[in-house]
Design a protein around this ligand. Sequence first.
Ligand code: PLP
Length: 223
Amino acid sequence: MDNLSEVKNEIAKTAADCGRKPAVLVAVSKTHGVDKILPLIEAGQRVFGENRVQEAMEKFPSLKEKYPDLKLHLIGPLQTNKAKEAVELFDVIETIDRVELAEKLAKEMKKQDKNIPCFIQVNTGEEPQKAGIVPRETFSLLEKCRELGLNIIGLMCIPPVDDEPAPHFAFLKKLAKQAGLSELSMGMSADYPVAIQQGATYVRVGSALFGQRDYSKIGRASC
Ligand SMILES: *Cc1c(COP(=O)(O)O)cnc(C)c1O
């Protein structure tokens, strides 16, 4: 069986086992060229994730022209000076983590007459080097985003690599519930079944679909 069918089956099976709706599969195509992305599109995959605006701008405008129903998620840290391009290209922004960025995005969306669904990224492990708002500031950031008119649909996290992921996922779900948010973007190739068990509604899967990434082609990843 090919990778895409395998991952989709695993999502469906895990969701069914816990009596949940299958999570949306975000195929993380960072570092991979259009030649690797096209076969997935042809096999029916429509939701993709990229972590750098610049790289996505090189690959997705032509793909989106050819396949207008593609949905592209921004899953990497966003600099305010890239907000314009991000709003132009992406259909979902998963990585709002500070007021300054929320303000810039709100302004851009007004300018472009869009209201793109967004997630707030939470740094559940409170790792200093990692993007995401610290958990205790999630609610005030959410309130600010709502005042700005942003359409925040859920929370997103990337647990620390050396931690057991399940407690982080359970924690994110609890935070989302307290905040009245229904969507949870959590789980990557190594742990998406665990994330679904904990209530993920979106899983972001790269290497299980595309194989290992070769960063030498594009320089170091930004997260
Ligand atoms: C790269 C990346 C993923 C996918 O990671 P894999 O381990 O390849 O599945 C998911 N989420 C984010 C934020 C990423 O940067």
